[in-house]
Write a protein that binds this ligand. Sequence first.
Ligand SMILES: Nc1ncnc2c1ncn2[C@@H]1O[C@H](COP(=O)(O)OP(=O)(O)O)[C@@H](O)[C@H]1O
Ligand SMILES: [Mg+2]
Length: 363
Amino acid sequence: MKILSLELKNFRNYTHTSVNFTDGLNVLYGENASGKTNMLESIYFSSVFSSPRTTKDKEMIFIGENTANIKLVLEKKYRKHTINIQIDSQGKKKVLVDGVPVNRAAELLGVLGVVFFSPDEMKLVKESPQERRRFLDIGLSQQQKNYFVALSRYNHTLKQKNNLLKEYKQSQNVDDMLDVWDSVLAKEGTIIISKRMEYIATLNDSARKFHYILSGQKETLSLSYESGCKTDCETSELEQNLLSALRSSREKDKELGFSSVGPHRDDIKIEINQKDARKFASQGQQRTTALAMKIGQVVIYKNEIGEAPVLLLDDVLSELDETRQHILLDLVNGFQTILTCTEYKLSNPATLFEVSNGTIKTL
Ligand SMILES: Nc1ncnc2c1ncn2[C@@H]1O[C@H](COP(=O)(O)OP(=O)(O)O)[C@@H](O)[C@H]1O
Ligand SMILES: [Mg+2]
């Protein structure tokens, strides 16, 4: 799929601007703080319904204004779509897809597929498991609505269960209620875990290939799912295993005041040449690993959905040496890519856009 045009009104440092993108590589270049990441943020928001850098949606409104608007036109294999988003000063969002109001994130998630990569994404490898779960949750939610639905139900139930566990010391006899929550968690959690495992198995193949290339054919990446629940079993046994794990940790969880097992605590095990990259990866290894995982995500999306997502690469060239810059651009060749940088020196054919102080112009 590809984005044809984007129009922003009072979004971040853009008062009113519009731009037409082309197939292949689109390069947005300009000085720091000119608005390059802001533009990628608006595209990401149109896909995932949340910003990659803030949870306070109203921060995206031009300071002093009341509403921000994004209008994005995209083309898929069989049809065009228009996404209209308005964010108001309460942080409320109104979304229209082809003129029809969309009230739930689940309905927007399938419209525009994006994979976003920025230097911040290096967190993926070494920071807390939460980052890696987010990677899985966003990747899977974009391509499978039933994953997103299971995840929303799971999180909603988990919140209720944790509230109960927090208050448990005042109110005894919580076991009946915990039984109810646990059976919901086991049911939805099984969907989440089995889909994540499937996803990682596929990702392992493609990310490993990209990592091998990006590492100058020196390193082997290996990804696997790490769960607090016994997962080396038939899918049909998984729900029972998860339920047993929840039951066995119940007394401990009452003491802790929160639920300590389940997919909300799971992780991706990342190994480079059989060493745990989460602990030992160097800066360079973190970068190539995260990048390989993201490109792997593009490939999985393409295979699952039948067309490629749009790749948003924020400021990544400056982090790579020239050889890797070329490898990266070769790898993304064929996908619509929107890339930001301060200066574009490579010879790969690209449509160039100059971003300066909240304006953008095509060269
Ligand atoms: N809500 C907002 N209203 C007006 N300007 C904003 C808002 N949020 C961020 N900015 C401005 O946007 C600029 C940063 O843009 P950004 O896209 O991050 O830059 P870069 O081109 O370096 O990626 C800064 O000048 C910042 O002050
Ligand atoms: Mg930036």
